[in-house]
Every structure is written in C-alpha cells, then in structure tokens.
Design a protein around this ligand. Structure first.
Ligand SMILES: *[C@@H]1O[C@H](CO)[C@@H](O)[C@H](O)[C@H]1NC(C)=O
Ligand SMILES: *[C@@H]1O[C@H](CO)[C@@H](O)[C@H](O)[C@H]1NC(C)=O
Length: 315
C-alpha cells in the first residue's frame, strides 16, 4: 500500500518537474527541425532535399539554410500563411517555380543568398506584397529583367552583390519605389550604353547604395576600373536614343525616296547637258549642219549626242 502510494507520488512529482517535451506544446515539429518560441522552425544545416511539409499555420520564421534544396516547387509554402521570415541560403538552389511563393502575402524577409540561381521566372516574387528585405547575393544572375523582381511595393533592402550582373535595365529599379538600401558590389559591370540608366539611378540615389564608389567597370577597354559613379553624361554622348515609330517610318521611306530623287536628278542633269550642247553646236555651225537624207531608220545617227540625248548617269 505505502509502496504504491509513494510510486504514484513520485510519478506526479516527476510529471510536474519535467519540462515539456517540446518548447511550445502543441507543435507538431518534424524530427529534422527544432521548433522554438515565436513560431520559429529551425531546419537549417540538415540533409533536406525538399521543403518539408510543415502543417502548422502558426509558423512565422522558417530556417531552411544550409540544406540541399535545389528546387522550390509550386505552392511550397502555401500552408504557412503567417510566415514573416524565410531563409533558404546555401542550398545549391537552381530553380524557383513561378508559383513557389504563392500564399506568402505577409512575408517580410526572404534570404536566397549563396545559391546557384541564373535566372528567375517573371512574376515569381509577385505574391510577396509585404516583402521588406530580399537577398539574392552570391548567385549566378547575369542580368535582371524588370519583371523578375517587381513590382515589390514595400521592398527596402535588396542585396545583389557577388553575382555576374553586367548591366541592369532601367525598369528594374523603377519598380521598387520603397528601396533605400541596395548592394551591387562584386559584379562585372560592362560600361557601355546599356549601363546608362543604372548610372542615372546611382547619381540620383547615391546615398542608398552600399559602397557605390567601389562599383567598377570591367569593360570596355577605355572604361576598365573606372567607378560607375564617375561616369558622366558626356561618357554616353555616343549612345543613340531609341528610335520612335516616326523615325522608323522616315528611315523606311528614305530608301525608295532617295532612289526616285536620284533618278529625277539624273534625268534633269542629262537633259540640261544635252540642251547645252545643242545650243553650243547651233551657235558654232548654224547653217552647215548636214542633214542625212538617205539614212535608214535603224542606222546609228551621225552624232548621237545631238539626236539621242543619253543622260550621263546612265552611261
Ligand atoms: C538553427 O539550427 C542550427 C543547427 O542546428 C544552429 O546552428 C543555428 O544557430 C540555429 N539558428 C537559430 C536562429 O536558432
Ligand atoms: C539589408 O539586408 C542585408 C542582408 O540581406 C543585411 O545584412 C543588412 O543589415 C540589411 N540592412 C538593413 C538596414 O536592414
């Protein structure tokens, strides 16, 4: 009797003293991950090849860095509507499906750094209307299209350092109206006409660029190692403005018109020349001009220039 009483007491004491098995009771945490306070799920540094299926909609922070996730499938995070921060750095990520970020309407921070992304599908980031911070640093992006990133109306902090960017079209930064910290260091900028709009942007937003003075041209020859910020308007004087439809129309018409004009000029010039020669001849030999009576119709005339004026241009 005393034995069983003390056993029950001991069990009760142990139950009261022992910490709960997971830090936040009620979480269905995956074995690969550590689920912590504040809705944080830490699955970083594991052996994951896919985004794990986490079903708890209370997750706010998901750490998936340093795994082997090379592809983000459609709706990979669709069951996490309250996610605020997502880390996917150092995964060897090569492809992001255009619908991968569906449902992440409140996400504020996305880290895709140190991966192997070469391109993004237009509209990939469109669902991320609340995004403040985006890192694409340390990927293999060679260019950026306006539709790849934006519109991201609240994006403040964009990291693009250590990619292979050689130019950036004007539309890219125009679609990020809230941007006030941009890192573009460690890219091989080609300072030809395609860099013009980026240089404009740099000049008007110099204080928002991290290390703006360290952005260097790697080409063409005359610009090598010149800082982008030092390129003036005059450096781009040779760059033509884009052609308008009116310009194109004029260029198209120029060919046929110039042909007709040269034809007319030849005709007028030939006629004038002939008229001048006839007048001169008539003045020098006004009466003695023999008129061949017996010449057959097909025979060549005695003096072709007087009878058959051939414009000089056609000879
Ligand atoms: C997440 O887990 C990794 C490995 O278990 C650890 O190194 C890291 O500090 C954790 N991060 C946080 C924010 O708890
Ligand atoms: C901007 O983001 C980078 C990395 O994503 C971070 O290191 C930096 O501290 C952020 N800047 C601000 C002002 O939050």
């Amino acid at each position: 009797m005393t034995f069983s009483f003390s056993f029950i007491l001991l069990t009760l004491v142990l139950l009261i003293l022992s910490p709960p098995s997971t830090p936040s009771p009620g979480w269905s945490c995956l074995s690969e991950c550590v689920c912590g306070q504040g809705g944080q799920v830490n699955c970083s540094g594991g052996e994951l090849h896919f985004v794990p299926r986490i079903l708890d909609p209370r997750v706010q922070v998901l750490l998936l860095g340093h795994n082997h996730i090379d592809f983000l499938s459609p709706g990979a995070f669709a069951l996490l509507p309250r996610l605020l921060s997502l880390e996917l750095q150092s995964n060897g990520l090569q492809r992001v499906h255009v619908q991968a970020f569906w449902g992440l309407g409140v996400l504020q921070s996305l880290d895709l750094s140190a991966n192997a992304l070469q391109a993004l599908e237009p509209g990939t980031f469109r669902p991320l209307r609340a995004l403040h911070t985006l890192s694409l640093a340390g990927n293999r992006l060679m260019r950026l299209e306006p539709m790849w990133l934006g519109p991201l109306p609240l994006l403040q902090n964009l990291s693009l350092q250590d990619n292979l960017l050689s130019s950036m079209g004007s539309g890219v930064l125009d679609r990020l109206p809230a941007l006030h910290e941009l890192n573009l260091q460690g890219n091989p900028w080609i300072c030809d006409c395609t860099i013009l709009s980026l240089c404009h942007w740099l000049r008007s937003h110099a204080h928002q660029i991290l290390g703006a003075e360290s952005l260097m041209c790697v080409s063409p020859d005359q610009q090598i190692l010149k800082p982008l910020a030092a390129l003036t308007e005059a450096s781009f004087n040779y760059c033509a403005l884009p052609l308008t439809p009116w310009d194109l129309g004029i260029i198209t018409m120029l060919g046929p018109l110039s042909f007709l004009a040269s034809l007319a000029a030849c005709f007028i010039f030939g006629s004038l020349l002939t008229a001048f020669r006839v007048r001169r001849k008539n003045r020098h030999y006004p009466v003695k001009r023999p008129i061949p009576q017996t010449v057959a119709l097909g025979d060549p005339p005695e003096n072709p220039t007087t009878n058959f004026p051939a414009p000089a241009c056609f000879l």
